[in-house]
Design a binder for this molecule. Structure first.
Ligand code: AMP
Length: 286
């Protein structure tokens, strides 16, 4: 069932809440196999599965990025119906009004994508809080690809005393390792081929860290390599603690490598957990 209206949504949710657990998957649409892996996982349990499709204008700091974001609603609805999603929520136009209250998550939103995407995570946190209050899901399923977003959502859940459990599922990749993303379709074939260097670099850095520890020069080496391959900008290539994105200390554990780079004006992101214990840090990595 497709729901576009808040009053109807509330009624349905009130009714379902007594009968079944609610599992929620927020999306921007232009669905691909990454999104589907979340839906398939949700459907395995006997939950009531809610998927939202909403290109949240608040999380696009550039109008051009918002306008060029791929919009494929008809196809998305077909996919979700085929996958027997119980409720598809398409928020009404006034979901984002001009006098909207804004939620800002401190610290975590000041790192990585928060540095050059002003207001992006405020946009994410605000809309997620609205969704969670309305849908009251027992679970929310998120993809590991958007790791910083997961931390933001966890913080909102904690700070606003919500009881939704966060389930994180692995990143689904193309054959060459590039993380599936709605933005991938905006790249020319040529650029698309080059883009696999992001995941290759993450894997190599991870191996090097496991073997020899972190050497800041090597991070610079990979940044230059990515630029030489055809990316116009590396927004960041950083190794941080995955608990809170803080800088690694002397004996790092639970670290993750984060990357963002632009190709033909398209921003790609990815990250990889460093699986085995890593060596002593020799400097600040960025
Ligand atoms: P988006 O529509 O890009 O906002 O993504 C909606 C949800 O799907 C988020 O939780 C994303 O992390 C997740 N997602 C996007 N791409 C992938 C992927 N390649 N693998 C797994 N999950 C993904």
């Amino acid at each position: 069932m497709i729901v576009k209206n808040i009053v109807s949504l509330r009624k349905i949710i009130e009714d379902i809440n007594f009968k079944k657990k609610i599992c929620f998957i927020p999306t921007l649409g232009n669905l691909h196999k990454g999104h589907l892996s979340l839906v398939e996982n949700a459907k395995k349990k006997r939950d009531f599965v809610v998927v939202s499709i909403f290109i949240n204008p608040l999380q696009f700091e550039k109008k051009r990025d918002f306008e060029s974001y791929p919009k494929t609603l008809k196809n998305d609805l077909d996919i979700l119906k085929k996958n027997k999603v119980d409720l598809i929520f398409l928020p009404p136009k006034n979901f984002v009004s001009s006098n909207l209250s804004i939620v800002k998550v401190n610290k975590i939103s000041e790192k990585l994508c928060g540095i050059d995407r002003t207001g992006h995570f405020e946009g994410v946190a605000t809309i997620i809080l609205k969704f969670l209050r309305l849908i009251k899901p027992n679970k929310i399923i998120l993809g590991e690809k958007d790791f910083q977003q997961i931390l933001i959502i966890k913080q909102v859940i904690k700070d606003f005393f919500l009881s939704t459990k966060v389930i994180v599922l692995p990143t689904i990749r193309d054959m060459d390792g590039l993380a599936l993303s709605s933005r991938n379709s905006l790249m020319s074939n040529n650029k698309r081929k080059l883009a696999s260097i992001l995941y290759e670099s993450l894997k190599k850095i991870c191996e090097e860290i496991i073997n020899t520890g972190i050497i800041p020069n090597r991070i610079d080496y990979y940044k230059i390599k990515i630029l030489k391959a055809g990316f116009e900008k590396v927004n960041y290539l950083e190794i941080l603690k995955d608990k809170d994105l803080s800088i690694l200390d002397e004996k790092p554990s639970n670290a993750r490598i984060f990357i963002s780079a632009d190709i033909s004006g398209i921003r790609l992101i990815d990250n990889l957990k460093i699986k085995r214990k890593i060596g002593i840090v020799k400097g600040i990595i960025s």
